[in-house]
Design a protein around this ligand. Sequence first.
Ligand code: FES
Length: 150
Amino acid sequence: MAMYNTKVMEHFTNPHNVGEIENADGIGTYGSPVCGDMMQISIKVEDDVIVDAKFKTFGCGSAIASSSMATEMIIGKTIDEALSMTNKQIVDELGGLPPVKIHCSVLADHAIKSAIYDYAEKNGKTYAGLEGFDPNAEEDDHHHDIEEEE
Ligand code: FES
């Protein structure tokens, strides 16, 4: 476990925002093309601000730490601010992840965008940050573990 820093271990052993929001305004599920693990994020939105976010995952410890951190980061942010967040910011906020685990942060990042996409679709909204985003894009076979940023 020495490859993980204290902050990652903290979020892994005591993750924040685990679960699913009842009557969520948006739910996004994403499967990693790299490892096949799954992530679900649900969000509650009021006046374009994400007031709550929760996650459930069939993912590894890095995915758990990333989603714990990522949900913390988006709560209180506007949709536009949340959409501009990258997986690199999640990794930086965690104090780093081993290179082979960067894709686990992508899982969190994509699941958040998928949840916002769901919210936007249900409410007939459009956001610049969603342009070109395909929630089902896991089929394409890119394997850019390191630089997979939006
Ligand atoms: S190895 Fe699959 S999310 Fe980390």
